[in-house]
Design a protein around this ligand. Structure first.
Ligand SMILES: Cc1cc2nc3c(=O)[nH]c(=O)nc-3n(C[C@H](O)[C@H](O)[C@H](O)COP(=O)(O)O)c2cc1C
Length: 270
């Protein structure tokens, strides 16, 4: 059996879960190929899905769904009835409508979704003053990733039905409005020009070609606030406005308390 793992991972957590799934599948003598579509150029390349019996997709959650750039990219591929599984990584705040929205997109693109999963990972905005799940994924999350790999393999190789995902009853238009408002309220990263060695890593690694190394800031409209530039900068001169006040606000409106955070677990849907 040949499996492709296709993932988008600006700050590396989704890639870590993808690797765990990859290694587990490989141990069972499955041929696995990873396709990292984080970079702009890698998303322009055609992945020939005919080479694979099944596909695993892995994406972070941005504003309760897979990132818009990924939802758009998915519309350029066709599954021709192929089996697939998805997994998401998220910062433990809210996964919202992600599973249902993804199943809808994948079905439209003629994929047959047999399983989905969600993994708690360090929130990207820990790089901007948040304080949530800084040490995730942990050994328990990786254990669930291994279990996920074995379960999807079973589903890929048998006559398994599609996974049933409950409709969260949130309209796409509501999510779009929320996404636009949240993105607008998040400042874009910028650079301390004085100490920059001008290596341009921020510009070359930006997943959406938004960053301009000369100016030391991205095009605000194109920037998806993924903080890859900040995470990857070897000189550590990219920064972002402190977002800790926003974290306290999000905690309040989502009723995130210590008890809730302690009991939250990564999950598999079959
Ligand atoms: C723009 C943006 C929006 C996010 N929205 C959410 C969200 O709605 N809920 C949540 O729990 N985490 C959210 N996160 C956190 C990421 O989903 C999480 O940190 C993820 O594991 C990052 O994956 P990566 O390291 O592979 O880039 C968001 C992160 C970013 C950058």
């Amino acid at each position: 059996m040949n499996v492709a793992i296709i993932y988008f991972s600006p700050t590396g957590s989704t890639a870590r879960i993808a690797k765990e799934v990859h290694d587990t599948l490989k141990e069972t003598a499955v041929d696995v190929e990873e396709h990292d579509i984080t970079s702009y150029s890698d998303r322009q390349k055609i992945i020939d899905l005919k080479n694979y019996n099944a596909i695993v997709f892995g994406f972070p959650i941005y504003y309760w769904r897979a990132p818009r750039v990924i939802r758009n990219w998915l519309k350029s591929i066709n599954g021709e009835g192929k089996k697939c599984a998805t997994f998401f990584t998220y910062g433990g705040v809210n996964i919202g409508a992600a599973h249902y929205n993804m199943k809808t997109i994948l079905n439209q693109q003629d994929f047959f979704l047999v399983a989905s999963a969600e993994f708690i990972c360090s929130h990207t905005y820990n790089l901007a003053g948040w304080d949530i799940f800084k040490n995730r994924p942990n050994h328990e999350d990786y254990e669930i990733a291994r279990e996920f790999a074995l379960k999807i393999l079973q589903k890929f190789t048998t006559n398994a039905p599609e996974v049933e995902i409950t409709n969260p009853d949130i309209k796409e238009e509501q999510l779009d409005t929320m996404e636009t408002a949240m993105k607008r309220a998040t400042s874009a990263p910028f650079r301390d020009v004085e100490h920059c060695s001008m290596c341009r890593t921020c510009e070359t690694s930006c997943p959406v070609h938004a960053m301009n190394a000369e100016k030391g800031k991205p095009n605000r409209k194109l920037c998806i606030r993924c903080l890859r530039c900040l995470a990857n900068c070897p000189d550590k001169v990219i920064t972002i406005d402190d977002m800790s006040a926003r974290f306290q606000y999000i905690k309040k409106i989502t009723h995130l308390n210590d008890e809730k955070l302690r009991t939250l677990k990564s999950k598999i849907y079959l």
